[in-house]
Each structure stands twice: as C-alpha cells, then as structure tokens.
Design a binder for this molecule. Structure first.
Ligand SMILES: [Ca+2]
Ligand SMILES: [Ca+2]
Ligand SMILES: [Ca+2]
Ligand SMILES: [Ca+2]
Length: 457
C-alpha cells in the first residue's frame, strides 16, 4: 500500500508540475509580448488621425505626412496609392509608398484620393483616406523693388545645327559650354544688346530672372522679343500674314520647391495655336499643297551627327547627317552664305539629340522656282513668330499645359526655355531657326495685354 500511495503521490506531483508549468508558460507569454505570434489583422486595427475635413491641401514639391495607427505591425505590409480625381490623367491607381506612415511630395497639381492597402499574408484590407488632397502651387514671392523685367541668367544655351550656329553668339576656339552661356547672356540679358540663334529643330536656350514673373489672371505676362517680320512682296496678294516667322516653342518652370533650379518635373509647355489644332493655321492648306510635312509631333526626337570635316563644296547638300524617332533620316545642307561649321563646336560628343514638340512646316516657296520663300505666321503662343509690337507676340502663363494637355495654372514662372519648333530647310534661305533678343516681364514694364478668350484659343 505504501508503495501504491507513494506512486499516486508522484503522479499527483507530476500533474501539478505540468499544470503549474503550463500556467507559468502562459504567464511568460503575456509578459514577453509574444501574443504577436498569434496576431491576426482585422479591419478595425488600422486607423488615420481623426478628421472632419472633406479636403486637405498640399503644396507641390513639399512632403505631405500622414501618420497611421495600428494595433500591431506584426507581418503587416503597407501600400499607399494615389488615385487622380481631376484632371483624370491616371486611369489606374499609382503606388507611391510602401512605408506605414506616408511622406510624399506630389509633383502634379490637381485633386487626388489617397488609399492605403494593409496586408498580412493573404489577409488584405483597403483604407481610403477620408479627405481628398488638393495639390496646388502656393503663392509667389513678390518682386523686390529693384527687380529687372529682363533675363538675368542663361542656364544653358545649346543651338542645334544651323547656319548661325557658332556665329550668333560667336564661338572662339577653346570656348566651353559655360563661356557660351555667358556669351548668350551678354547678347540677350537686360534690354538685349544682340541676338542669339537657336539653330534648327530642338536647339534651345534656358534662362532665368531675378524674380518670379507673375501670372496675372486674364492677362498676358511676358514677351519674347525676336526678329520676326512680314514679307514685303509676297507673290500671292491674298496670302495670310507671313514672311520670316520662325516659331520657337516656349516652356516655363515655376520653382515650386524653391531650390533655385528648374527641376525636370517643374517644366510645362505653352500650348500655342498649332499645339491645339494645326489645321486652323490660316496657311495650312497652302502648306499641304506645297507638300510640307504639316504633322504636329509631340515627343519628337532628332539626332544630328557631327561632320568629320567641313566640306570642300561651299554648297553641300549632304553636310550633316540626321535621323529622327519617326524612322526618317537625311542630311542638312550647308550654304555658301555661312562658311563656319553649323555643328556647335564646344560640344565634345559626336552626336546631339534634341527633343520636343515638332510643329508643322510653315515655309512655302511662293515663287514656285525657289526664289521667294514665305514662312507663315502661326496664330499665337510662340517666340520669333509675330512682330514684337503685336499682342500675339505676348504669352499668358495660363496657356501652360502638362504632358496630357491639361492646363496647370502656375502662379508665376522663374525659368523660361525656348526651342526651335520647326524642322524645315527653305532653299537658299536655309533652315527655319528661332532667334531671340530678350524677354520682358510685361507686368514690371506696366504693359497691359488681355489674354485671348477661350473661343479664340
Ligand atoms: Ca496671365
Ligand atoms: Ca526647383
Ligand atoms: Ca532664323
Ligand atoms: Ca527669326
């Protein structure tokens, strides 16, 4: 019996030991926070800060921060999406972050819906952020008292192939890109002491000012002064206005993030008349009849190849080889009026690619025998296209559009870029190349020009 009792005692002891061990283990688990091992995400576990607001505003280029509260982060993954509400440039949602808390700088204006997706293994919940985000530009810093209405900086001057390249401004052996920028500034800075040529399609100049040119609502804001003129003796007496109109496409940038630089995403293009509808140009049928290429090609690219040597023939039709992103190729000609190299000599690379919106060819040989070329005027919105004293040489910043053609309504501009918009050679006259003398802030000069009405645009 004694033995049996002893045995029972042992069993009871062991049982108690197991019970207490188990209890002890449960206790440890709670103390060490190991409940996470069994944490299962439920919909209510994730929340945003309380807000009654239907909309929340954010500034372009400045981070928007949203803190998320969770019960546990165990095995959770986060995906933040933005969904474009207006303008509707995003058909699908775009993933912008995989962090729990959002820290994101919008680079487009508009109204956006944010959404957070939280998942744990195969469990997944979607949390639409309760307020819409209205992204805008903020306000400009007003010009100081001694601000000048003119260009104060040339950020980059890079002409394409052309008969005035290396001549306006003059290149001297050893000149670098920086020196050419300074030379361009000496010509077009301030009231403008000279004129620079941008060469053929794509050649450009990027300039800055000592203040932000304000976008005054309903008014045109700046003017690019150039050398466009009308033909004195067009053989066609009923022709629309034209002569030497060599349109440069205008791009504008507002320094949203205030870093003193034109960041790539800060650029927008002025949508001129042909950007909207080339067939409405008054000379369109003439150009078609003359077999011009009248297509407007967005995202056009052309590459010019540096000639190995200057040709012996002063009129060399196969001078500079080019190819474009439309599968076309050919040669640019050299004429005997301009003997210097047409390829920018300070560029070390043996080829140069230029990109932009290519405008319809506006040059028509009105003599029919190659002696009288008329380069017709586009209706509005370009540089070197209209007489300097006409309203349509002035630009309203509100004509700037994003890549999808939606208006962006910048509060002002800190940088302007102009590039030659037409790719066309007109016989002895040479290539269509935009020139520039200066740029004027119309508001600082007290010049008041209404914008075009929506119907006119
Ligand atoms: Ca305006
Ligand atoms: Ca910037
Ligand atoms: Ca020219
Ligand atoms: Ca010109």
């Amino acid at each position: 019996m004694k033995t049996k009792k002893h045995y029972l005692g042992q069993v009871l002891f062991a049982f108690l030991l197991i019970v207490s061990f188990t209890a002890c283990k449960d206790n440890d688990k709670t103390q060490k926070g190991e409940e996470d091992l069994e944490y299962v995400l439920t919909k209510e576990d994730v929340s945003f800060p309380d807000t009654e607001e239907k909309t929340q505003s954010a500034k372009i280029g400045e981070p928007l921060e949203i803190e998320v509260t969770t019960i546990s982060d165990k095995d959770l993954s986060f995906k933040w999406y933005i969904i474009n509400e207006e303008p509707s440039t995003r058909s699908e949602k775009t993933k912008v972050s995989t962090e729990k808390n959002l820290n994101y700088a919008f680079l487009d204006p508009g109204t956006f819906q944010l959404s957070l997706e939280v998942s744990q293994g195969s469990i997944r919940f979607e949390y639409p952020y309760p307020a819409q985000i209205e992204v805008g530009f903020g306000e400009i810093t007003p010009p100081s008292e001694n601000a000048t209405p003119y260009i104060t900086k040339v950020i980059e001057y890079l002409p394409a192939v052309g008969q005035f390249t290396n001549d306006l401004p003059k290149y001297v052996k050893g000149d670098t890109q920086e020196i050419m920028n300074e030379k361009a500034l000496a010509y077009i800075g301030g009231k403008g002491k000279g004129m620079i040529s941008l060469g053929g399609f794509g050649g450009y100049v990027t300039v800055g000012f000592d203040h932000t040119i304000e976008n005054v609502k309903g008014k045109r804001d700046f003017r690019v002064i150039a050398n466009a003129f009308y033909a004195a003796a067009n053989p066609d007496p009923n022709a629309p206005l034209g002569g030497s109109c060599e349109p440069g496409v205008i791009m504008v940038a507002y320094d949203s993030n205030k870093n003193g630089e034109a960041d790539e995403w800060e650029w927008f293009e002025i949508s001129g008349s042909a950007h909207k509808d080339p067939t409405k140009e008054l000379w369109y049928d003439k150009a078609v009849k003359d077999s011009n290429d009248v297509r407007l090609i967005p995202n056009y690219e052309i590459t010019y190849f540096k000639p190995e040597e200057e040709p012996a023939n002063p009129n060399e039709p196969e001078y500079i080889r080019w190819e474009d992103n439309q599968g076309q190729k050919g040669y640019k000609a050299k004429n005997n009026f301009h003997k210097q190299s047409y390829y920018p000599q300070w560029v070390k690379e043996d080829k140069l690619t230029f990109k932009g919106t290519r405008l319809p060819q506006n040059g028509v040989d009105e003599s029919g025998e190659g002696s009288y070329y008329v380069l017709y005027k586009f209706r509005y919105g370009y540089a070197d296209n209209e007489l300097n004293n006409k309203d349509d040489s002035a630009v309203d910043i509100d004509w700037a559009v994003d890549k999808n053609g939606n208006k962006v309504h910048l509060p002002g501009v800190d940088f302007i870029k102009v590039y030659t918009g037409v790719d066309q050679e007109n016989g002895w006259l040479g290539e269509c190349s935009t020139e520039i003398t200066r740029i004027e802030d119309l508001h600082l000069l007290g010049v008041d020009i209404d914008t075009r009405s929506e119907e006119e645009e």
